[in-house]
Each structure stands twice: as C-alpha cells, then as structure tokens.
Design a protein around this ligand. Structure first.
Ligand code: MN
Length: 734
C-alpha cells in the first residue's frame, strides 16, 4: 500500500470510531468514553497486521460489530468495549490476562466467552451443531452479553460474506438459520432476527430470495397508497383526541413470506397479509394502556374488526417482553389488514429488546423475560444426559410456538408454549408438584393429562404422595423443562429396578450353576443384544427377560467351553457392527398413530431412516406407508401438500411397549373393597387402569378392570396381589 492509501485508510478508521460514539443508544459518560477509547486503541494495535478476505483492514470488522452492539442493540459501554476486543484473544498475541489487567474482570470474562465460542468445532452436521449450540449456551455463565455480541458478530459476518467461496456461504447461512436467528428471536432482537433470516435465504436460495425481493420492490407504491388511504380515514378522529402519533407500514420479511408460501402452498400474489400497519403514539406511563384502547376504538369505528384476531400483548406481555395491541380489520379496498398499536416505549422495547428493558426497568412494568428465560435455560442445560439434538429441537419448539396464558386456581397468570398440557403446567408451577401429579381439572372439570390447554383456561393440579412419573408422561408433556425432569426420574427408576433385577438374576443363575460375574454379565449383554449391564438387569427386573430365556442362555453358556476353540478362530466384529446392533436393540420397533399400532411399512430411499431417528409415515398410493425422517428434504412439501396422508410414527423400545389386559374379579361385597382393589392396582403395583366396572348383587360382587402392563410377569404379580385382598374370591384374565 502507498503512504497515501494508508493515510486514507487511517482517516476512515478514525471516522468510523467517531461514528460509533455518536450513534450509541445509551448515553455515554466520560468514564464510558475512556473505556471505549482504550479498547479501540488496543484493538487497532492488536489487529494492525491483519486484513479481511475483502482486503480491508481487519479493524473495520470489530468496529462494525461494536456499532451494531451500540446502536441497533443498544448495549452499555462494557459491551461496546468487549465488542471491539472480541477477536483480540482469538486472533492476536494479546492474552486474557492482558485484557483483565487493562479492562477489568467483566470485559475479560465476556471476551473469554466469545473466544470459547470461536473455538467450538466448525463441522456442519446437525448433531455437532447442536452440541456446539449447547456448549455455547453454557458459556453464558450469567452474562447474556456474550451471546448478544456473538449475534452481532455473526450479523456483520453475514453482511460481508460476498467475498467468501460459495460452499462456505451456504454453510454459514444454514448455521445462522439453525442457531443464531432463533436465539436472536428469543432475546427479543426481532429486527436482527429478521435480517439474519433474510440474509441466510440470500445465500441458501438466491433465486427465491431475489424474486421475492423484486416483487416487494414492485409493489411498494401500491402499498404506500394503501397506507395513505388508511391514514386519511382515521387521521381526523385521532387528531381530535389530541393524540400525537405516526402511522407506518411494516412489510413482512422476505424469509417469512417464503415460509408462508411453502406452508400454505400459495404464490407471492396470494399472500393476503404482506404487511401490517403500525400506529406508534406518544404517552406518559399512566395513560399508555388507556390510549391504546382509545386508538383501538377509533380504528374500529372506521373499519370492521375481525373478532378472532385481537391480541392484547399489553395486559399480558409475551415472555420476551413484547407489548402491543394487535387487531385485524377490514381496511380500504375490502382487504384484511393487521394494525399494531404501540406506545413509543413499547415500540422501543420491540426494536431494542433487552437494552430497552434495562432502560425502563425502574418503571412500573413487570420484569419478565430474559432472567426467567435464562434460569429455565440453565436448568435444562444442567441436565447433562439430554441428547443435544433433542435439546435444541425442544428449545426451538418452545421458541417458535406461540404462547398461551392460563390461570392458577388463585388467578395467577402463567405463560406456556402453545400445545402445553396440564402436565406441563404442573411442572411449570414447581418440580415437586409435577412429580406428584395425579390428575388435573381444567375449568373445574377433570381432564386427561394430555389435554391441550387453551388460553384463558383455569388449571388445577391434583397431587398425591403416591403419584410418580411414568413412561407415558413423555407423550403428555411438551415443554423442555417437564420432559427433562421426567426423563431424569425415569432414569433413576430404571436404576432401582435394575438393582432388584441384578439380585433376581444372581439367584436364577445360581440355580443354573452359573456365577454372576463380569464374564457371565458380558456374555449375557451380548447374547441378549443389549448395550449395557444396566439394560440387562432392568429387563430381568421388569420380567422381559424371563426364565425360559435365561435357561436358553445358560445352556449355551455351559456349552461355551466346547465352542471356545471354534470361536477363537472367528474374527471379532468390527466396531460399526456393534454400534448398529446397539441402536436397533434400543429402538427395535416402529409404531404408528395415536394407538401405536404395528403396521406394514417401507423405509423411504430419499432419507434412509434408521432406528432412533425422528420419523413420520406417509401413506403413498401404490406402496403403502413410507417412512421418512422428519428432517428429510422432502418432508416439508409432503407435510404441507398432503397433510391428510401423514401418519405419526415413532421408534420404540419393544421392552417398553405396553399391553392391555382385562381382568375379571368376583367375591363378597364389603365396605372398602373397591378402594382396596384400586389401591393394589395403582398405588402398590403402579399399573395404569383404562376402564373400571363394578356391580354388586345380593352381597356378591363382580368387577371388570382393563389395565395396561408392560408384560405378562407384571400381570401375574398383579393378579396374585389382587387375590390376597380380603373378600376377593376369584381373579381371572379374560
Ligand atoms: Mn468476529
């Protein structure tokens, strides 16, 4: 570079720096400015010999990230300084200790978090991405600023990706869609989330992106005319009330239009709600809510509202902190249009999210959102046994599903994801309540635990000391929190059944003259195609490995001495083979529909599902049920175009499968008999009842019960126990 070029570049850098201070959303004190100044100087020095792929000096990147952090997100001076320094430890000679000494512990900790994220593996496959995501969230410690600066970093990288090779662009873009956009959404950074999605689409599907972008450009004038017509109709009435406000149009993002087109199978022209109208009004804190409804009343005086599309996020803000009043009205030209009514404060929160929350924290607003979210996140993360992909999927599920609001019996409001059940509600109240859930009443009526709750429901949980989670609960609970808790209890339970099973096994082997030791255990694990000794003991404990099976094993084990020499000649199986066996023995059966029926099926060629994958069935015309992975490239189009031909499917562990059995009881009628029977069934044996039918006739008693059990040996134990009850004469299975 020539001297002149260098001088020109330095001048530009200085300009950018001044701009950074000027656009800060937070008011900066002199102390703040000193901190930012020295961070800037260290960053300039650290990156002085680096250039980006585009050729420009590297320092432009940290400055740009700091500008996003300062202005678009609106964070404090510590965050701005950390953003300037975010690549220093990763890419240059400076160490964390240096930063700690120069800028203090907070900046050093934030940069440390960012450096750790940069070190995560960069592979593309989903499970590694998911694992990375989890690790990334773990680096949060309690400073959400790490994640926010990382989002800003990613945002700037997406903005400047043109000089990268295409395969890298696509890789980075899909990672952004998978991880960063959902995170930005959850933190309440709606604008950045939208930008990230649109930019990702630009690289993953350039033609689609460009065609929608062009169409938006073409329809701009038409839209402005529509907004003008709308404003003209209500302007006078609003002014008469002395309101200060602005009316703006808000276009749907390119990405969300694309999603709509796919989900509803419509063309761009057929999307009816391409944009919303925003009315942003001035107000003091006291009148904010009142004015919103006043504006509502004026708008609906002139335009007919759609009664089912009123959303009052003012009385109950979203858990991200979003507040506004949304209505849909029949606007000019007889078209439905969404109108969003927000005060300036609400608008700022919608735009700035977290930062604006900080600013308004001392107001009379309920402090919702980020802290609650972080706590829940931490809780879910601490459950180290959750599979990372499951975790991310459940996390995202919770993220995108809209929220519902339900009431406790005392009238407290709780927010839950859409689709939540009474079981989710009970875990949301408290883990202890969740664990002891016996039943639930919704609006005073007893309902099954898997009932889908609706906004406005009043939910009461009935608990009992004897109640405890069972396998079915995993089908009833939808929130990550409840599912993680249930899974961990089931694991504990499995352990205790396994301990019992181990003793049973020791006894039974003894009668076959075999000692329970490492060698015999290993041989049994292999013989029964299991993964671990825990699986073995558990299966013995629940009786799915029974006496006959053990005898068969014993005879092959006792003959093993003879075949020992033969076996020595055989090669040991390759590790992949063992792995495959493990998976198939854990998830060895595919079942369909709510009833979990066994049906004929074929695995599809396009995505080759294997046991354990999340899958669905597609009823094809000529080939019966074809099973696809949920993330199969064809899945979205199948699901959106042929929803009626989709049948749910899941892999199960056949040892966990349950069977229905009818039991008939007869005896002498006495007080408390029915109570004794149900106690044996549910409290002592922990067996589920489906149906119950009792009748008495002249002092005799007759009953029919349908129970759900895992296997015959449990059923046998149950009938034996029932026979013990005083007054029972006969117990038979029909
Ligand atoms: Mn960076």
């Amino acid at each position: 570079m020539t001297q002149a070029a260098i001088e020109k570049e330095n001048k530009l850098i200085a300009q950018e720096y001044k701009e950074l201070l000027r656009i800060s959303y937070q008011t900066l004190t002199d102390e703040d400015k000193t901190l930012i100044r020295s961070a800037f100087e260290v960053a300039v020095d650290a990156h002085k010999n680096q250039r980006r792929k585009s050729g420009e000096a590297y320092i432009f990147h940290p400055i740009a990230v700091a500008k996003i952090v300062a202005s678009e997100i609106g964070l404090d001076a510590v965050s701005i300084a950390s953003a300037l320094l975010h690549d220093v430890v990763e890419d240059t000679e400076y160490t964390l200790d240096d930063l700690d000494r120069m800028f203090g512990e907070t900046v050093a900790r934030i940069v440390d978090g960012l450096t750790k994220i940069a070190h995560l593996k960069k592979e593309m496959n989903i499970s590694q991405q998911a694992e990375n995501f989890r690790k990334m969230l773990l680096t949060l410690n309690d400073d959400v600023r790490v994640i926010i600066i990382k989002i800003a970093d990613r945002y700037h990288n997406m903005l400047t990706m043109d000089s990268m090779p295409e395969h890298k662009q696509v890789k980075i873009a899909s990672e952004t869609l998978y991880i960063y956009a959902p995170l930005a959404h959850r933190i309440g950074l709606y604008n950045i989330k939208t930008e990230l999605e649109d930019l990702s689409l630009k690289y993953t599907e350039p033609e689609v992106y460009n065609s929608i972008k062009d169409k938006i450009e073409e329809s701009k004038e038409e839209q402005q005319a529509y907004i003008d017509a709308f404003s003209a109709t209500i302007d006078n009435s609003l002014k008469k009330e002395g309101l200060n406000y602005i009316i703006k149009g808000r276009m749907k993002s390119i990405f969300s239009m694309r999603r709509k087109m796919l989900a509803q199978n419509v063309t761009y022209e057929e999307i009816y709600d391409k944009f919303a109208i925003r009315i942003i009004y001035e107000s003091d804190a006291q009148n904010e809510k009142f004015l919103a409804w006043k504006i509502y009343s004026i708008v609906t005086d002139h335009f007919t509202p759609n009664p089912v599309r009123l959303r009052d996020w003012i009385s109950s803000p979203k858990s991200t902190g979003y507040e506004a009043l949304h209505i849909t009205v029949m606007g000019p030209q007889g078209k439905w249009v969404e109108v969003q009514i927000r005060s300036e404060r609400m608008h700022e929160i919608a735009e700035k999210g977290y930062a604006a929350h900080f600013k308004y924290k001392h107001g009379n607003q309920k402090e919702q959102g980020i802290e609650v979210w972080l706590n829940k996140l931490q809780e879910a993360l601490e459950n180290a046994n959750t599979n990372a992909v499951d975790f991310v999927e459940e996390f995202k599920l919770n993220l995108y599903s809209k929220e519902i609001f339900v009431f406790t019996p005392k009238g407290d409001l709780k927010s839950l994801p859409k689709g939540a059940t009474p079981l989710d509600f009970s875990f949301n109240i408290h883990t202890e309540v969740g664990m002891r859930t016996r039943g639930a009443k919704v609006n005073g009526k007893l309902v099954p635990l898997n009932t889908t709750l609706q906004s406005g429901d009043q939910v009461e949980i009935i608990t009992s000391e004897q109640a405890r989670p069972n396998q079915n609960w995993l089908d009833y609970a939808t929130t990550a929190r409840a599912r993680a808790k249930i899974k961990s209890v089931l694991r504990e339970e499995k352990k205790s059944v396994a301990e019992e099973g181990k003793e049973i096994l020791r006894r039974k082997l003894k009668s076959q003259k075999i000692n329970l030791n490492e060698d015999s255990i290993n041989k049994m694990v292999t013989y029964f195609k299991l993964k671990t000794s825990l699986d073995l003991f558990y299966r013995v404990g629940i009786g799915s490995i029974d006496n006959t099976m053990l005898k068969d094993f014993a005879s092959s084990y006792n003959n093993a001495f003879i075949s020992f020499f033969k076996n020595r000649m055989r090669r040991t199986p390759a590790p992949e083979e063992i792995n495959k066996d493990e998976i198939t023995s854990k998830y060895d059966m595919l079942v369909f529909g709510k009833e979990e029926e066994k049906l004929e099926y074929k695995l599809s060629q396009c995505c080759n599902p294997i046991p354990g994958d999340s899958v669905f069935g597609f009823v094809s015309v000529s080939e019966g049920i074809k099973v696809h992975k949920k993330n199969c490239p064809n899945a979205i189009s199948l699901q959106s175009n042929y929803a009626y031909r989709i049948i749910t499917a899941k892999w199960i562990d056949s040892s966990q499968q349950e069977y229905q059995a009818d039991i008939e009881l007869t005896g002498i009628d006495n007080l408390g008999l029915i109570n004794d029977i149900t106690e044996v069934i549910s409290d002592i044996m922990h067996v589920n009842m489906r149906n119950l039918n009792f009748s008495t006739d002249g002092g005799t008693f007759k009953g029919k019960i349908t129970v759900v059990v895992k296997n015959k040996s449990i059923l046998k134990k149950l009938t034996d126990n029932l026979k013990e009850i005083h007054g029972i004469d006969k117990v038979t299975r029909i």
